[in-house]
Write a protein that binds this ligand. Sequence first.
Ligand code: NOJ
Length: 602
Amino acid sequence: MAPETEARWRSRATDSTVLNEDFTNQWWRSAVVYQIYPRSFADSNADGVGDLGGIAARLDYLAVLGVDVLWLSPVYPSPQADYGYDISDYRAIDPLFGSLDEFDRLLHSAHERSIRVIMDIVVNHTSDEHPWFLESQSEKASPRRDWYWWRPPRYGMEPGAPGAEPTNWASIFSGSAWEFDHGSGEYYLHLFSRKQPDLNWENPAVRHAVYMMMRWWLDRGVDGFRMDVINLISKDPGLPDGHHLPHQPYADGSEYYVCGPRIHSFLQEMRHHVFAGRQGKCLIVGEMPGVTVDEARLFTDPASAEVDMVFQFEHVQLDQGVSKWDYVGFDLRDLKASLGRWQAGLAEVGWNSLYWSNHDQPRIVSRYGNDKEYRVASAKMLATVLHLHRGTPYIFQGEELGMTNALFETVNEFRDIESLNQYAAITGSGVATPGEALAALRLMSRDNARTPMQWNAGPWAGFSTSPPWIQVNPNYSEINAAAAMADPDSVFHHYRKLIELRHTEPVVVHGSFHMLLPHDEQVYAFIRRLGDVELLVLGNFSSAHAGVDLADAAEWARAELLLGTPPELESSGRRLVLRPWEGRVYRRGIPGRGAVEYLDPI
Ligand code: NOJ
């Protein structure tokens, strides 16, 4: 944080949420993170796959956008079974993406532009082609055998027979979480694909090998890590069976591996061995599926400082039923309840990550917005609402253009292992017809986020000069970076303004958060407050006009409009009217703060 900004907000601060904390080392509170999925970002060597050269060539674009941190999805050597989330060498760059020299140059160029770079580190599991696993698998007596979770078949059962798996756990990517190894007659655990065996963090040698490798990257100059599914590393060593759900071949074992018994001790040990002496320099983000608000507070409490922020999933699962493929519709009240609870839970201690999109989620404008008639308006409104919350916002590549879900027509157009496994599992078992399975994939597949970045209206959207590894969204001739940069009213420029606002307006970073209208089905509304400054943030989540009834609507209508279009105030003076999918941010000073209690809706 620039010293003048620091001084400015300190002089204004009167909110208890602000006074008790020391933010000097927490630069990431005012930062915006941009996630790059390298294989889909920009291809510099015409092989149809994005690479480090492509990223380097686009750094100026990112500097114009104004982001502070780049998170690179994995670029290490990998068989690419899960597109890099299956690492076979932690200390190199996959030739598909470039070389270590190129990486160092990219890091340097980013730093020259005051952009930090964090690595995606995947240490819950490795690839089954990692030398550690190959050695572990080679013989039962191998010193590395215990680096992974090997178990014999269930007592009395034929090895390899259905039901002989050591536990009944389902893999997150369909099927059993155990793979039978004919060589040794034992099974190994893989919470994700069979190409991603889980490391045994109970073994101290595993932990120290991981810590050494992380220090190696930090010494190279990287600015921190996004740690993949880091709350899954501690398993209940007894590996108990999970509760069987009706009509499911395998059970949910997550209670035995989500935030398991030693998770805090492992992360504190990591903090000690990896980050000691580097406080204030690194950003540590923990991706944590299934984490609760209470746990997140423990993980992010600066007193234990296990991670700087967790990356949680509750608000992007609200439209899902028993599984992510089971779409149940979206209700704005659920979103407010969820995000509001996270804001409140981390108000005094801890910190939120704020995101709509990443490489695992369908495009947000197609999901909680309207990607047709109101694509631009809804993409902007979604951005406004998210970026004005308290926490660190993340932008996933292309979100700043309002990129939409892909229009895959057949299953052959999908590339993602999770999607393809799901399709095979539900069509194979007769649970769904091919048409139903395809419909679910079109809506929820991760490939929606992974289509190539749309740079311009040229061939393959300017992503590559060869056919890309996954199809380009056909709407690239309309939705692309060149067009967006040239249009002052574009989604891109809206994101730029939001980032600038975070950098210049302390209340956005440090202000307290107060949800309004929790039961309104159309409008998302909240107040941010710091010292004598107050913001009102409004978002219309519908294709109709929406009235916002506030006791002091007339007063707000006269306040400074930071973002959005001028209001239409209805005659009563107690209602602000939003256009379809409109977002708006007002700012006002509060003279004689304390006397003003006009926040509640009528
Ligand atoms: C979470 C990552 O975001 C996802 O892409 C990956 O498939 C799993 N972890 C397994 O590493």
